[in-house]
Design a protein around this ligand. Structure first.
Ligand code: FES
Ligand code: FES
Length: 983
């Protein structure tokens, strides 16, 4: 934003760019990043924040790393600038690029150019740097995908002449440690993200957003505004939107594209201006004629649940969006029999995805169709949403996904799509939009803040007997993925454990906050904090080692879950715990030794070890979620994989090709890839809920098998011959070669042969007690963390973390480890620092603040400098219903991190921080309380008098949406006085 106007462009700036002299005519104060991208066409340099906070724009000036977004063009006069495009020599990647490729250091790839340039600076000065020097050099570039591990490994390995593994032979791709098949463009700067291929003749769109949490508004004279604002050609308002509502669920289209008369959250779009980029960027927003009338806003769960709360959405009585329940056995009766009962109340915050690539894209009208090129996780859902909003048939909309620079769930909801589609449709001109960082953070969805109240009980042998959970979520102004969270959480609330009696409830309330949406784990991470604290509390009370307590109760194949689903296969928690046990024992002993010495030496440092476990149902909850993939062999022997599953960095382009290749029986190198384009690929569903490896993986397997069958049939092979895996296939000069027992047959297809695979995981809808088969398979994981807490400062430092994850089968161990590391990184960020707070601002101030906050600088996250050592164990407990046994690895590893850390802090200093993130101020306050003999706990303020663990506790009234008490199966109210917990 704030590009200098043309009248300031008064001179030519000459400098060396990647070894060649160039002359730039942009104004001398233009950001170098803009000059590189817009004037010189080198879009390898990325823009994530335009404020010097993310490092995505890092380039070298005279060999030293700088942020190109903070460098005015004038400063490079006569100097040498190197961008990512200058690293390779022709088609030969540099050693550093090759190391990145080998190690899988580029996931989504949006930070990769910045990382490469920062590392180049270091390696030019030091051929063999030590790890701390590498971390230091990369410390200014944020990566949200990798957890930095693979990047650091790659830089350390860049000095060696490491070699890529040989390309796998036919039927040997699954399980091979392969670099990404689409990895090279991410390393050379040629990958095209949402902002990278915008046509030069495009108009631009700028949304105008509410500065208030809640306000009525009225526009002034828009015609006069247009007349007086050269370069702005159209103002779009709600009146221009044919069908002004979108939303994830077919029956809940409650979010307007442009608010009509009332804005329900700060950052909601109320109008959109279309014009030249310069005019839009130069516009002072205060010139836009809109009058605001701020109204009392519902902020936070307590306000939403209050008796007299205003309705956030008209007609939504009590602001309740959804109420989901799971009931198995008789939890209340079982608690009465328990030898030990533990209870707690936990709270979590809004969390921002902070993908480095902001929302971006462009659209154009092609006859009676609209084409939208956009960064997204879900092209087919985008297609249907745009069609609804524009009043078109779905077939009239084409979504062409760009590379996606990180999503983590945040790009499952639409953002720029309906705005640019509407503008392009109405104006018959290409229209582009890139959100700036504060706009992205203000308007995009967040992780649901949660308040989770739990109660668990076990017998004297440490066998869990009962679990109760009441989870409340703030879903913001619109439904988004709130129903998913409210139904998924009760299912997972009893944790990865066999519990015979469960009562769990999940509810979501509307508030005047940004909508809460999908984020790695869909609410399950918030529940995991609670159930894992309970495992520690119960283990301590029945005097069983905390790891052993979990192992004793772990779900195993043959056990029934809280929804009554019997797990037939692949429940690998015990294997995960077994793998971690040596680390757990060593870590605990190390902590004891350290703390004894620290006390003796009067050091303020204390160490503690914590453990956390999780399970995660893969795919949609009790809903159909099919994927269809195709693979085609053309008459000239070209093999094309039409893969509608968007690779958002997790590597599905590679892993799905591995699966399809082995099922078909041809090597991966024969495959060409078409990804995501809704005109060219079938609907493979969304890249969310960790479903692509499993669901689309199975579809890829079926597609490969189907093509194999069809090729054999076309070649005249006897029925069933295609299943004989002794046939080795090869493509040679437009022919298919069949070899078996030393005899070869040759076949040339006359027409295109297409194999198709569709897979929909077998699930069943829940009954009135939430019983059923919500997911076809589950992932399991356990983690151990060792932390250091500073009693004087309240800071928590993670020293080591071990993660064991039951992936079913690792389709590609490099990529699987990368997913674990990245997911753990996000868990650490959430556990220790990340929180997007809303503030109740005086109306006078709020207008000013919406535009300066939040930023990537204010939103603290972990850098390469802070990321601890971690060790990943991939546990393979194959599920025969999954492709080659593979389950998931994208989301689950985040779940145990927060509980493991909170439990480790308790182990270190004896205080419970039940309000995530675990920040120094909370630790200090808890320590103060402990010193005064008060309950050493920081948690939800509405629950101040309950010690941890509570001696007595009254369960909250489990009223239904109408305020009536729920009745148990015996007709008695479920509200009971809980059993006195044992000491
Ligand atoms: S774009 Fe320059 S630091 Fe973020
Ligand atoms: S690979 Fe670093 S942000 Fe995605």
């Amino acid at each position: 934003m704030n590009r200098p106007r043309a009248e300031f462009a008064t001179r030519v700036t000459s400098f060396k760019l990647n070894g060649r002299t160039v002359r730039a005519t942009s104004a001398p104060i233009t950001r170098l990043a803009d000059v590189l991208r817009d004037e010189l066409g080198l879009t390898g340099t990325k823009i994530g924040c335009n404020a010097g906070d993310c490092g995505a724009c890092t380039v070298l000036i005279d060999g030293r790393q700088v942020c190109a977004c903070l460098t005015p063009l004038a400063q490079v006069e006569g100097r040498s600038v190197t961008t990512v495009e200058g690293l390779a020599r022709g088609k030969s990647l540099s050693k550093l690029q090759r190391a990145f490729h080998r190690h899988g250091a580029a996931q989504c790839g949006i930070c990769t150019p910045g990382m490469l340039m920062a590392a180049s600076d270091l390696l030019a000065r030091k051929k063999k740097p030590r790890e701390p020097e590498v971390r230091d050099a990369l410390g200014g570039v944020l990566c949200r995908c990798t957890g930095y591990q693979k990047i650091i490994e790659a830089v350390l390995d860049a000095a060696t002449a490491g070699r890529e593994p040989p390309a796998p032979r036919a039927e040997e791709a699954v399980g091979a440690r392969l670099p990404k098949i689409d990895g090279i463009p991410k390393l050379t700067g040629t990958e095209r993200f949402g902002a990278d291929a915008i046509p030069r003749d495009a108009l631009w769109l700028r949304a105008l957003r509410s500065p208030h949490h809640r306000a009525r508004f009225r526009f002034g004279d828009l015609d006069a505004f247009l007349r007086d604002t050269p370069g702005v050609v159209r103002v779009l308002t709600a009146a221009d939107v044919p069908s002004n509502g979108f939303g994830i669920y077919p029956h809940i289209k409650d979010q307007p594209v442009l608010a009509a008369g009332e804005a329900r959250f700060r950052g909601e779009a109320v109008a959109a201006l279309v014009g030249t980029r310069e005019a839009l960027e130069a516009l002072e927003e205060s010139r836009f004629p809109v009058e605001w009338q701020p109204l009392p806003a519902v902020l936070g769960l307590d306000a939403a649940m209050a008796q007299d709360a205003p309705e956030v959405q008209a007609g939504k009585r009590g602001n309740l969006l959804l109420d989901g329940t799971v009931k198995k056995g008789d939890a209340e009766a079982a608690f009465a029999q328990c030898a030990a009962v533990a209870e707690g109340l936990f709270e979590t915050a809004f969390v921002e995805h902070a993908y480095i690539e902001p929302e971006a894209g462009w659209a154009r009208r092609v006859g009676d169709r609209i084409e939208v090129h956009v960064t997204t996780q879900t092209p087919y859902m985008d297609r249907d949403e745009v069609a609804i909003v524009l009043g078109l048939a779905p077939e009239q909309v084409r979504i062409v996904p760009s590379a996606c620079g990180g999503g983590f769930g945040g790009k499952l909801d639409i953002s720029v799509q309906p705005l640019i589609a509407l503008a392009a449709w109405l104006m018959d001109r290409p229209v582009a939009c890139i959100y700036h960082r504060p706009e992205s953070m203000a308007s995009s969805t967040k992780r649901h803040p949660a308040r989770v109240q739990v109660k668990f009980g076990c017998d004297a042998d440490g066998r869990l007997r009962a679990a109760a959970c009441d989870a409340k979520f703030d879903t913001g102004a619109y439904a988004s993925w709130g129903p998913t969270v409210a139904t998924r959480v009760p299912i997972h609330a009893s944790g990865p454990y066999a519990v015979p009696n469960v009562y769990a409830r999940g509810r979501a309330w509307f508030t005047h906050c940004h909508p809460s949406g999908a984020f790695r784990g869909f609410g399950v991470p918030q529940g995991a904090i609670a159930h894992e604290a309970m495992m520690d509390a119960l283990a301590d009370r029945v005097n069983i080692d905390r790891l052993e307590f979990r192992r004793r109760n772990a779900l195993r194949a043959g056990d029934a879950t809280a929804t009554g689903q019997r797990l037939a296969h692949s429940a690998g928690l015990v294997a995960c715990l077994d793998a971690l046990e040596p680390h757990w024992i060593t870590a605990r002993r190390a902590c004891e030794r350290f703390n004894a010495n620290a006390k003796r030496d009067r050091s303020p440092l204390r160490h503690g070890a914590g453990i956390g476990c999780m399970w995660y149902g893969i795919g949609n909850t009790a809903l159909s979620n099919p994927s269809t993939l195709r693979v085609a062999l053309s008459p000239n022997g070209t093999l094309t994989f039409y893969n509608g599953a968007v690779d958002i960095g997790q590597g599905s382009n590679t892993t799905l090709t591995q699966v399809c290749a082995d099922a078909l029986g041809l090597p991966m190198r024969d495959f060409e890839l078409v990804m995501g384009d809704t005109d060219r690929t079938a609907d493979a569903g969304k890249s969310s809920a960790s479903r692509q490896a499993f669901v689309s993986g199975k579809a890829a397997e079926l597609a490969g098998l189907d093509l194999r069958r069809r090729i054999f049939a076309a070649a005249g092979a006897p029925e069933g011959e295609w299943q004989d895996r002794r046939y080795r296939l090869a493509l040679e000069k437009g022919h298919v070669l069949f070899r078996k027992d030393g005899i070869a047959h040759r076949f040339k297809p006359k027409n295109e042969i297409v194999g198709e695979g569709t897979f929909d995981p077998p699930t069943t809808p829940a009954d009135e007690n939430g019983q059923g088969v919500p997911y076809a398979t589950y992932a399991f994981a356990a983690q151990v963390a060792r932390v250091e807490v500073d009693l004087a400062l309240g800071t928590t430092r993670v020293l080591e973390l071990w993660a064991a994850h039951d992936v079913g089968r690792a389709l590609n161990p490099i990529l699987a480890r990368g997913q674990v590391e990245g997911s753990v990184y996000m868990g650490l960020c959430e556990a220790l620092m990340e929180e997007q707070a809303f503030r109740r601002l005086p109306p006078k101030l709020s207008h000013a603040l919406v535009h300066r906050a939040p930023s990537m600088l204010e939103y603290k996250s972990i850098t390469a400098l802070d990321m601890p050592e971690m060790d990943t164990v991939l546990v393979e407990d194959p599920d025969p219903n999954c492709p080659f046994g593979a389950k998931e690895v994208g989301q689950g590893p985040l779940l145990p991190v927060m509980p493991a850390l909170a439990n480790a802090v308790y182990d270190a200093v004896g205080v419970r921080i039940d309000e995530v993130p675990v920040t120094p101020d909370k630790v200090l306050r808890a320590l103060e309380k402990k010193a005064k003999g008060e309950p050493a706990r920081i948690g939800p303020e509405s629950f101040p008098d309950v010690p941890y663990p509570p001696a007595t506790f009254v369960l909250p009234p489990w009223e239904d949406g109408d305020g009536d008490e729920l009745k148990g199966a015996d007709g008695k109210p479920l509200r009971r006085r809980a059993k006195v917990a044992t000491a």
